[in-house]
Write a protein that binds this ligand. Structure first.
Ligand code: ATP
Ligand code: MG
Length: 322
């Protein structure tokens, strides 16, 4: 059972108990009044001083009871407010999740539709026209790139669903992270280099204990983001890798649109994308950083978002190195 629901039930039980207790107090008070009335009739006016002392006793008891009721009431109202606030928070969270899932559906449909449409168009062109070999090659390359886009989308969705179900397993080994990063950057196809310029500053031969494929997926996601969220034609990214005392630090700096302070926690949640799906220009599923954070957490590492100067974002990642 979720925490807000448990608190809600505790609150309901408390409210019921409180009503019972107050009902008991009221009936007790009523019987006191009734008893005093009886005594008043019995003593009549012949014993005025005794009646006075009874009255005083009754009034002091009444005062104590009122104080008790006020105290109980205060506790009750405070708890009620805390409960309402927690339920409200859970409700807002639920609404946000629904919105994110709606965004996810919208973006996923688009993400699948556009590469498939492009591939179809390319195939139709190849079928209908006799093209020279350069043109054919360019169309084939474009189709391959579009296929990669769909594959990466499906992979991300698959990895994220395994992570949600806690079924994603890491294959942990010592590996040369410096070589890994260099090979990922090397693998970037020439066609893509038109859109991204990578400056690397990599300390050689740093070893880390982890899942090399998972770390590759973190790096790919961050490079993709740097490219996607840079408004210039060519994104400029600095990738630094260095050892710092007992940590290995991996830093990505871009000169893109930046991430506002209040969004820095949110972007690591599954399906979360800044802004609104209908108006946003870039496409994506909001899974990249969720996956990256999950992988980094499982390597006992940390990921932090900072401002780049004068514009852009810095992703600062650190892993324990031994
Ligand atoms: P996906 O990676 O699944 O294709 P995505 O890029 O939208 O989709 P994330 O990588 O999780 O998802 O990023 C979440 C959001 O954080 C993005 O939608 C974007 O708004 C913001 N963001 C991420 N990286 C950057 C960046 N380098 N600069 C500016 N904004 C960023
Ligand atoms: Mg992304």
């Amino acid at each position: 059972m979720s925490r807000p629901l448990v608190i809600f039930y505790i609150l309901v039980i408390y409210v019921l108990f409180q009503f019972g207790w107050w009902a008991y107090l009221l009936s007790d008070l009523y019987s006191d009044v009734f008893e005093l009335r009886l005594k008043l009739i019995q003593y009549e006016i012949t014993n005025p001083e005794i009646i006075q002392s009874e009255k005083d006793l009754f009034l002091s008891n009444l005062k104590k009871k009122w104080l008790m009721i006020a105290g109980e009431g205060l506790v009750f109202i405070t708890l009620l407010f805390i409960g309402i606030r927690m339920i409200n928070k859970a409700f807002v969270k639920e609404m946000r999740l629904t919105q994110q899932q709606k965004n996810f559906l919208l973006s996923v449909t688009h993400e699948f539709k556009s590469p498939l449409a492009a591939i179809r168009l390319n195939l139709q062109t190849l079928e209908k026209h006799e093209l020279d070999s350069d043109k054919r090659k360019s169309i084939l390359n474009n189709s391959l790139a579009e296929t990669d886009r769909v594959t990466s989308l499906v992979n991300n969705a698959l990895i994220a669903s395994q992570m949600e179900a806690r079924k994603y397993t890491f294959d942990m080994n010592w590996f040369n992270v410096s070589n890994k990063i260099a090979s990922i950057i090397d693998k970037i196809p020439e066609a893509k280099k038109e859109f991204i310029e990578i400056h690397q500053n990599i300390e050689p031969d740093l070893e880390m204990f982890g899942d090399a494929d998972a770390i590759e997926s973190v790096i790919n996601n961050l490079l993709q983001n740097a490219e996607k969220y840079s408004s210039n034609n060519k994104a400029e990214v600095h990738v630094d890798l260095k050892r710092n005392k007992k940590h290995i630090e991996l830093i990505f700096k871009d000169k893109g649109i930046g991430i506002p302070g209040e969004e820095r926690e949110n972007v690591f949640t599954a399906f979360y994308r800044i802004g609104n799906e209908e108006t946003r220009k870039t496409k994506g599923t909001g899974l990249g950083l969720y996956i990256a954070k999950y992988i980094i957490d499982n390597h006992k590492g940390k990921i932090e978002i900072l401002d780049n100067q004068p514009v852009g974002t810095i992703f600062h990642i650190s892993f324990p190195s031994n």
